[in-house]
Design a protein. Structure first.
Length: 275
């Protein structure tokens, strides 16, 4: 089975606080092109699809009825993140076990955080955004908000370092039980490989589809071969989706990704998993 994993769309309304950054028809068209080009069987929406810190789902639905209707079919699997945790529908995680018994574990990844993975932290976040909704009526606050969002998502600048080790360790703990772990949440497109008990392990992060970007993971669940995608909404063609180069590493064929983000300060291979 070939799947596409996308996350962190943060779909809101057409109001001031929106950071989705896509025209809805163009976003749907791009997904359809990907489905045809890569013969995708299923699409996983891995959390923070809707920006419910800022809006109710009814508000979001009133501005995005066609897009929500498009998502509401059997081709899509919806996993909840921290920003849409209040949704009635949606999964906490999604597991695929292929014909060889290899386990692929997919979840949003916010449980690695105190602010997003605990009840107290989530309450603090909801209170903050409730206050922000009022303050956003002031133009200077609105401009500052968008600058903060753009800076945090590393738009037009060299990416700053964030607490990679926290998310890495969280992924490593999951890799004790699974062969591949796919997280999101950080808005950082990443891929890392390691070994545990003589088994190859892979940790991937899907990046983000907010602010007019299309980032995600294309995965063949049978072979575990994958590649990341990175597309800008201003591109008329999917020029950034190139065929992966296959290289020989330790007598095993791996997919060399052209869009892998910068390496961890502490490499995944140098961290030892303990029983």
């Amino acid at each position: 089975m070939k799947i596409l994993i996308l996350s962190d769309l943060h779909i809101g309304t057409e109001e001031k606080k929106g950071i989705f950054g896509w025209k809805r028809k163009k976003f749907i068209k791009l997904i359809e092109e990907l489905k045809i080009t890569y013969q995708i069987d299923k699409i996983i929406l891995n959390g923070d699809v809707y920006e419910m810190y800022h809006h109710s789902f009814e508000e979001i639905k009133s501005y995005n009825s066609k897009l929500i209707q498009y998502f509401n079919n059997d081709e899509f699997v919806y996993i909840k993140g921290n920003h849409d945790a209040l949704m009635d529908e949606g999964l906490e995680n999604y597991q695929i076990i292929n014909s060889a018994g290899k386990s692929i574990w997919i979840e949003h990844g916010h449980n690695a955080d105190f602010m997003n993975g605990t009840g107290l932290g989530q309450a603090i976040c909801r209170g903050f955004f409730k206050s922000l909704k009022v303050l956003m009526n002031w133009k200077p606050i609105e401009k500052m908000f968008h600058k903060i969002v753009a800076y945090n998502d590393q738009i037009d600048r060299v990416p700053r370092r964030y607490d990679r080790i926290k998310y890495l360790q969280y992924a490593l703990n999951l890799l004790k039980k699974h062969d591949m772990v796919i997280l999101s949440h950080t808005h950082k497109l990443e891929e890392h490989k390691t070994w545990y008990v003589n088994q190859k392990k892979t940790y991937l992060n899907t990046g983000s589809c907010s602010l007019g970007r299309m980032q995600g993971i294309l995965l063949d669940t049978e072979t575990l071969k994958y590649k990341t995608i990175k597309i800008n909404k201003d591109k008329n063609k999917i020029k950034s989706l190139r065929k992966p180069k296959v290289v020989e590493i330790m007598n095993e064929k791996w997919v060399e990704n052209k869009f892998a983000s910068q390496k961890f300060v502490v490499e995944l291979d140098n961290i030892v998993l303990k029983n």
